[in-house]
Write a protein that binds this ligand. Structure first.
Ligand SMILES: Nc1ncnc2c1ncn2[C@@H]1O[C@H](COP(=O)(O)OP(=O)(O)OP(=O)(O)O)[C@@H](O)[C@H]1O
Ligand SMILES: [Mg+2]
Length: 451
């Protein structure tokens, strides 16, 4: 009885706090957005932005954000607003009063848990913590434009760091990769959906992501995965996986890289012939379950403009093979994952970019690099390691990628290690011959591949 009285007293006091600020909801954000726009001069001839529609968040339908759609005054551009995203975000987070509650917030209090707490002090502490948590929520904004400007206002921001938990792999079926988290939870990608471009300045998370990708393949598809690993930073990042049975080719210098890529192109051509005989146009229809991933960490080391002159021809050859793989490889079961620190000029070949349908872009040094990778500015504003802009055909979003630790990687790798590494005597051959002694004559059907 005493507990019930205490509970209702505490609830009443929380409700009282909620009453302190009745304009803490939808109308308030709209008003604030307009005020901020006015304050930073985003109006024209005295005309402010005009609210046209508002869609509040609807947790039941898994809609985690409120969306406000404004018409912008004639003479202003979306980019005028987009570049001020941080100003809008900070403005929304200035609180007029210490606490801001709505009735839906109060509904979130776990009454059962509250009732179970024995002492009044514990109950008050629970409520205090709830208030503190609620008060520390930081709203964040996403902007887009379709003739009207859309402000999506989230009640919580993307986490700053998320450590990978192996249980995430249980949530993956097929070729799914748990990439990281956005404001709504885990973001999954389909590793069999096409080629990947990964860009990002040094130390922002490319190699970590590649390790997460490979560990995911080894965990969920150990018998259907084949890999060619090209690690031109001396093999330091990919060395964990060098002796896995799935690693068909491992290249840590440019000659071996070119020879391995050449080999892949030959395999693709052979497979094309085989599918022609079977009268099907892709591996799925041919009932082939294996997929081969060609993972290139630091592709700038295969760009003619970036290598010493004695390697220029080899670099041209490597790029031609990679372009070929992105044009023909996907339906033949070959996927290129192309990672680079330095996406400028010939480091980001048009064909590779155009034929890759997933781009994961970490922080880049300049807005020009961001435009090269994403066709828009923005990656230069990323501050956090592991934070990326994910671009897929259905849209773009920011994601905090998972950070996988070495211990987990080792656990995944161990059962896949083979004593005599790989099935390939082929690579040994390739290594021995290098590319100076060209034994392979490729009948490249699309002859421009070597131009
Ligand atoms: N997803 C992440 N979350 C948090 N921290 C991360 C994440 N990814 C990487 N980091 C931090 O950044 C460091 C460097 O990451 P990583 O080796 O992946 O960078 P990189 O982009 O490959 O850099 P480089 O271009 O120099 O090879 C990691 O050791 C880790 O401390
Ligand atoms: Mg790296």
């Amino acid at each position: 009885m005493l507990a019930e009285i205490a509970t209702s007293l505490t609830l009443a006091s929380v409700y009282g706090l909620a009453q302190m600020k009745k304009d803490g909801g939808v109308g308030d954000d709209v008003k604030k957005i307009r005020q901020i726009a006015d304050a930073i001069g985003l109006k024209k001839n005295g005309q402010s932005i005009i609210i046209r529609r508002r869609d509040p968040a609807d947790k039941e339908k898994n809609k985690f954000y409120s969306e406000y759609i404004f018409q912008i005054p004639l003479g202003l551009a979306f980019s005028d607003f987009e570049t001020k995203l941080n100003v809008f975000q900070d403005g929304l987070n200035i609180k007029k009063t210490l606490y801001s509650f709505s009735l839906s917030d109060i509904k979130k209090i776990n009454i059962k848990k509250l009732m179970k707490l024995k002492s009044l002090k514990a109950k008050i502490n629970y409520i205090k913590k709830f208030i503190k948590d609620k008060n520390s929520i930081r709203k964040s904004i996403e902007m887009s434009y379709d003739g009207m400007i859309h402000f999506k206002v989230y009640d919580q921001d993307i986490p700053n760091q998320v450590d990978f938990n192996v249980e995430k792999w249980d949530e993956c079926n097929g070729w799914k990769l748990p990439l990281g988290e956005n404001r709504e939870g885990t973001v999954f990608l389909d590793l069999a959906s096409g080629h990947f471009v990964i860009a990002g300045a040094t130390t922002f998370g490319k190699s970590q992501l590649l390790k997460l990708m490979i560990s995911t393949l080894l965990t969920n598809k150990p018998n259907e995965t084949e890999m060619t690993l090209v690690d031109l930073k001396g093999g330091l990042e990919m060395q964990y996986f060098e002796d896995c049975k799935q690693t068909i080719n491992f290249a840590d210098d440019i000659e071996t890289a070119v020879a391995s890529l050449k080999h892949i192109v030959a395999d693709i051509q052979q497979r094309q012939k085989m599918l022609r005989v079977k009268k099907v146009n892709n591996v799925k229809k041919a009932g082939i379950n294996k997929r081969h991933f060609i993972i290139v960490d630091e592709a700038s080391q295969l760009a003619p403009s970036q290598v010493p002159s004695k390697y220029k021809e080899l670099a041209k050859e490597a790029q031609a093979y990679m372009s070929y793989i992105t044009r023909i490889g996907h339906s033949m079961g070959y996927t290129l994952v192309y990672a680079t620190q330095y996406p400028v000029g010939d480091v980001m070949p048009n064909q590779i970019k155009a034929n890759s349908n997933t781009t994961i872009c970490f922080r880049l040094e300049t807005d020009t690099q961001s435009e090269t990778v994403l066709d828009q500015k923005g990656a230069e504003q990323i501050q956090l390691q592991g934070r990326c802009i994910l671009s897929v055909p259905s849209g773009r979003q920011q994601v905090q990628t998972y950070l996988i630790d070495d211990k987990t990687i080792k656990t995944v790798v161990t059962p896949n290690i083979v004593i005599k590494s790989r099935k390939d005597d082929t690579l040994a051959e390739v290594r021995k011959e290098g590319t100076t002694n060209r034994r392979y004559t490729l009948e490249l059907e699309e002859t421009e591949v070597l131009n």
